[in-house]
Design a protein around this ligand. Structure first.
Ligand SMILES: Cc1cc2nc3c(=O)[nH]c(=O)nc-3n(C[C@H](O)[C@H](O)[C@H](O)COP(=O)(O)OP(=O)(O)OC[C@H]3O[C@@H](n4cnc5c(N)ncnc54)[C@H](O)[C@@H]3O)c2cc1C
Ligand code: FES
Length: 531
């Protein structure tokens, strides 16, 4: 494996234009590209935490494993995370108990606790210095929420086996005047330093990693990638959004974008902890956007305070009349009101999370498929869910019993009963109305350099991008997955699909499934190609 010094296209290093503290503080390794037909016991597709954890478990168990990744490792959401590792989940335990019962809520808590332990153990065994730290987490009320949420959660977490405590203040945030729920034994780490340790183990113990290797098509026990055949007894699809089927998972989970800022604070100014608010109950979205905060050592003088939130459904930011820049500003204001020692904001980035309608990830055998497994629907808990994915899928492949098999079964049928399912399905159907809307611009002459837009041309929706030098690129704006109209994401310079979250670079290359192929090139006629 070599450090990266090759020239990269957008999307190959990371799935947006903004970089992150994690990507800036490791060397993102480059491996060989697949150039021949190969065979293996297990093919893992996806070089994020889910794929790498799975490959690690299976190599450790003596399996022959190939992992393929179409950019560099960590170029998906794993490079854009905030890396809280917790059993205090995005979704309330009170809701999990209502949907899945007390026993299952207990299993959920156990599985996330086991994932934290797994990360701690693996980093110790591999002697990986990844800043792993155990700390408390504090859940406090969103400005629009009421005490009942915390009271219900105290009871529900106890029923799920988590020893939470109600405190009458929020440690570390004097500006918050209410009570909070303390979650013990949570953790944080530098996710990419941790994964570099697993990757080193994989490549030194017989596993094979190919980067710049794009999975293009699936047959039973065979995947075509870069035009070559990979035959495998088992195939694990760990591409965040599954790319192996058109429909199965994509009506059961929904893509949201979430925003992050990183501000410098004097080293040691705040105690190490994780903080979350309970989310905005007045939001228009099914998933209530919430704020999440942690610290990361930056240098001898400063820590970086990393805060996130301001989520919206992918490709639908305009529905709240808020641009990404305004969302960063709101996030900064919220954060400075609570952490007044912040000096400069040195980072801002955004990323995508997939929210399952019944609040549990989908991990296990792909429905009605004997040899293919998926790990998806990890919402904002993908560090632990990706790790659970590695543990559970490797057990399934190795024929070991695992207590979480039914809980996370991708074929489970509780889904249709939820109000969230119907509401999100309605939202998805509405997106097809975009075909009737006016374009963002009438001609490419209206585009500033370095920006993109959707344009109407002769009854067609066209995605256009003008690069920094003024060269114009045009593609059909119709998503190759199921035909919605993609939207321009000015913040990360990508075309994002509002229906199921496929994303494409400004050069039209697919960077996020479920779409498997790029946006098709389009020839502009001279009236609209007004440079
Ligand atoms: C801003 C933000 C904050 C978050 N904070 C937290 C947090 O604090 N705690 C937490 O637990 N979780 C958090 N999450 C969620 C977590 O980061 C993700 O759920 C997790 O990283 C997903 O990992 P993954 O391996 O499933 O997917 P990814 O990391 O996206 O990996 C999938 C990989 O598959 C590759 N791929 C896709 N298609 C193909 C193909 N056709 N061929 C080959 N390769 C392909 C992609 O390039 C990608 O690298 C956060 C997410 C975001 C965006
Ligand atoms: S992601 Fe499904 S239509 Fe675009």
């Amino acid at each position: 494996m070599e450090p990266t010094n090759i020239s990269l296209h957008p999307g190959e290093k990371t799935s947006g234009t903004h970089s992150t503290i994690w990507l800036d503080t490791i060397s993102q390794q480059n491996f060989e590209t697949l150039t021949s037909d190969v065979e293996t016991d297990v093919l893992v597709i996806g070089g994020g935490i889910a794929g790498i954890s799975t490959a690690y478990c299976l190599v450790k168990a003596g399996k022959k494993v190939i992992l393929i990744e179409d950019g560099l490792l960590y170029s998906g959401e794993t490079g854009r995370t905030t890396a809280h590792i917790v059993n205090a989940l995005d979704d309330r335990y009170s809701d999990l108990i209502k949907m899945h019962g007390k026993e299952n809520a207990r299993l959920v808590a156990d599985s996330h606790s086991a994932a934290i332990d797994f990360i701690e153990r693996a980093s110790r065994e591999l002697q990986t210095d990844c800043d792993f730290t155990r700390l408390n987490g504090y859940l406090f009320l969103h400005d629009n929420d009421t005490q009942k949420t915390l009271d219900d959660e105290l009871k529900a977490t106890h029923e799920a086996g988590i020893q939470t405590t109600m405190l009458d203040h929020v440690p570390g945030i004097p500006a918050e005047k209410g009570s909070c729920l303390q979650f013990p034994a949570q953790a944080q780490f530098h996710p990419l330093k941790y994964l570099n340790g697993l990757v080193k183990y994989i490549s030194e113990n017989g596993g094979t990693i190919y980067t710049h290797t794009h999975a293009e098509s699936f047959k039973e026990q065979e995947v075509k990638a870069n035009g070559f055949s990979i035959k495998a007894t088992h195939i694990v699809v760990a591409t965040n959004s599954p790319i192996n089927n058109m429909l199965t998972h994509h009506t059961k989970q929904h893509a949201y974008r979430t925003y992050v800022i990183g501000g410098l604070v004097p080293a040691g100014a705040y105690q190490q902890a994780l903080w979350w608010d309970t989310g905005d109950p007045d939001t228009k979205w099914v998933i209530e956007p919430y704020h999440y905060v942690r610290l990361q050592q930056y240098n001898n003088r400063y820590d970086l305070l990393i805060a996130g939130g301001e989520d919206h459904k992918t490709g639908q930011e305009d529905d709240e009349n808020l641009t990404a820049e305004e969302r960063y500003q709101r996030l900064e204001k919220w954060t400075r009101q609570r952490f007044d020692k912040i000096k400069d904001i040195t980072y801002q980035w955004s990323g995508q999370v997939l929210e399952p309608v019944d609040s549990l990830a989908f991990i296990g055998k792909n429905p009605s498929d004997e040899h293919t497994y998926v790990i998806t629907g990890e919402s904002g808990n993908g560090m632990t869910y990706g790790t659970i994915g590695g543990m559970l899928v490797s057990d399934l492949i190795l024929g070991n019993q695992n207590p979480w098999t039914n809980l996370y079964d991708p074929g489970r049928i509780t889904l249709m009963a939820t109000g969230a399912f119907l509401e999100e399905a309605g939202n998805m159907a509405l997106q097809y109305g975009d075909f009737l809307k006016a374009g963002d611009v009438k001609s490419t002459g209206e585009l500033a350099n370095g920006t993109g837009a959707i344009m109407n041309e002769g009854g067609h929706k066209v995605a256009v991008y003008k690069d920094e030098q003024g060269a114009v690129y045009a593609y059909t704006a119709v998503c190759p997955h199921l035909g919605c109209v993609v939207q321009w994401n000015h913040d990360e310079k990508s075309f994002d699909c509002p229906c199921h979250g496929s994303r494409f670079t400004c050069e039209g290359k697919v960077i996020n499934g479920p779409a498997l192929s790029d946006l098709a090139p389009h020839h502009l006629n001279h009236q609209t190609d007004n440079k």
